[in-house]
Design a protein around this ligand. Structure first.
Ligand code: ADP
Ligand code: MG
Length: 479
């Protein structure tokens, strides 16, 4: 929330690490967690005379992402040198794509809370190499160290148009982009490990104004939550400055997650500060039609397509469908619960409501669920088959989550099978009516609300096991 007279303008730059075995221009391994400097060869170290060789898997990943985002795939693109000094960049330049990126002009459809969708433009996606890492270990020796394992790891930089207007939209954009990357299996999307990082560009303007305000860029945010919090804080800060007669300058800033505030890192550099020029060691990248077609043929079903299919085939609401297709694991769990036979809507309720809620509370991933899809499907079938009531099912579910037992077993053990025998229910109803003459009188003289009292008594008497429809029917009859 910001000042009601203002609106936020947000554009995101995402760096996604491409899941390749080797680096963008060398044969070094990209595996996570190795000892420092054990995965950096002469190319990554920037030794004179070394020649980069382009990783073709990273190129295919770029083409697939471009196709998934509806981008134009450039038949020719170019690798440029972006020159700057930093201890973790021994070459003195980063190889990136500046003038001609591999793909551009696409979009990402985000799902909004009210069930509607919004298209966010993707300006471009280019391939570039990552830098190394400086480790400032101010322990006993007061030294800084450089780890070059990450130097040369392939990244895709995905730049959005300034189309986002709220922190929530930015969060949805990142969620959708991450699920597209994961469906394509081109990036694991793990923000905590740094395989997906985000810079957020934020400006504010008075509502009704058509031009953009000056932006500040928040660097290297490592969770969706932090992206949203940082944007919120920054937008409010900018409004404060403007309302107090101040001015916003284009700057690069850092988010301090502990203090919950942004602070200036440096004034913003411009493209010309980097003296970009085409890397003379690398030829332009030409893509053939065969290659692009080949990538197109190998594309899996994507989140938006799967969402449409869930809406159509399972009759789900757009909201349920988008929650269930956020990850392949969610989607295949759900489809296994339905298993071509269970009520899809009821299954969606149990998966997105009960199951996701319990997993969340226990801090578990869906593939660590103590309840298998088959077991949850069985539980749903017991509800639709009138064997247990929805209410009892919740108790059974809790027990299943605790013990991983089958629902049938729990229901038998605890004697929870629903009472559908009319004679048995009638007998109970008769007894209750006989014992509550005053309430019967009230009901008969027009107080409909007393009906609930009778339903409650029957449920109490039967431990919640009486079939509610039959109870209603018999009570109406007898009262
Ligand atoms: P740079 O390369 O200097 O970071 P770009 O022109 O590539 O600059 O823009 C970077 C990001 O900033 C893009 O995501 C873009 O949408 C966003 N952006 C541009 N202008 C604004 C603005 N006035 N307010 C918010 N975001 C903006
Ligand atoms: Mg930038």
């Amino acid at each position: 929330m910001i000042h009601p007279d203002y609106e936020m303008v947000i554009g995101l730059e995402v760096h996604a690490q491409v899941t390749t075995e080797s680096k963008l221009f060398s044969g070094s391994s990209t595996a996570f967690g190795a000892d420092p400097n054990t995965q950096a060869n002469n190319i990554d170290l920037g030794m004179p005379g070394m020649l980069p060789v382009l990783n073709q898997d990273a190129v295919d990943a770029g083409i697939k992402l471009g196709l998934a985002l509806g981008c134009r795939i450039n038949r020719k693109s170019v690798f440029d040198r972006k020159n700057y000094f930093y201890p973790d960049l021994p070459k003195g330049y980063q190889i990136s794509q500046f003038t001609l990126p591999i793909v551009e002009h696409g979009n990402i459809t985000i799902d909004l809370a009210d069930g509607s969708t919004k298209n966010i433009g993707v300006t471009r996606m280019h391939l570039e190499e990552d830098a190394g890492k400086s480790v400032h270990d101010f322990g006993a020796d007061h030294h800084s160290h450089v780890d070059l394992n990450r130097a040369g790891i392939p990244l895709m930089e995905i730049v959005s148009e300034p189309d986002l207007r709220t922190p929530e939209e930015a969060g949805e954009y990142l969620k959708k982009l991450r699920s597209i990357l994961r469906f394509l299996e081109v990036c694991d999307g793990n923000m905590e490990q740094g395989s997906m990082r985000c810079d957020a560009n934020v400006s504010v303007r008075k509502k009704g104004v058509n031009t953009f305000g000056t932006r500040r860029e928040i660097k290297n945010l490592n969770s969706i939550r932090n992206v949203m919090r940082a944007i919120e804080f920054e937008a409010n800060h900018q409004v404060d400055v403007i309302e107090n007669g101040g001015e916003i300058y284009q700057e690069t800033i850092l988010w301090d997650a502990n203090k919950n505030e942004t602070r200036t890192m440096r004034s913003k550099e411009d493209a010309h500060d980097y003296r970009y020029f085409p890397d003379p060691d690398l030829l332009p990248l030409y893509l053939t039609e065969e290659r692009i077609d080949g990538c197109a043929k190998s594309m899996p079903e994507l989140p938006d397509e799967m969402k449409e299919r869930f809406i159509k085939d399972y009759n789900l609401s757009p909201y349920d469908a988008s929650v269930l297709t956020l990850s392949k694991a969610n989607a295949s769990f759900y489809e296994a619960v339905v298993d071509d036979k269970n009520d899809p809507k009821l299954c969606a309720n149990w998966v997105t409501g009960e199951l996701f809620g319990a997993l969340n509370k226990a801090g578990l991933d869906i593939d660590e669920s103590p309840i298998s899809p088959e077991q949850l499907g069985e539980l749903v079938a017991m509800i639709t088959g009138d064997i247990i009531s929805g209410k009892i099912a919740k108790t059974v579910f809790e027990e299943m989550f605790e013990t991983s037992k089958n629902p049938k077993e729990i229901v038998e053990e605890k004697g929870l099978v629903q009472i559908t025998d009319k004679g048995a229910i009638e007998a109970i109803v008769d007894k209750i009516i006989a014992n509550n003459a005053d309430n019967v009188e009230k009901y008969r003289s027009g107080n409909d609300r007393v009906f609930g009292f009778f339903v409650g008594q029957v449920m109490k008497e039967t431990g919640g096991k009486a079939n509610p429809a039959i109870v209603n029917e018999i009570l109406k009859e007898k009262l």
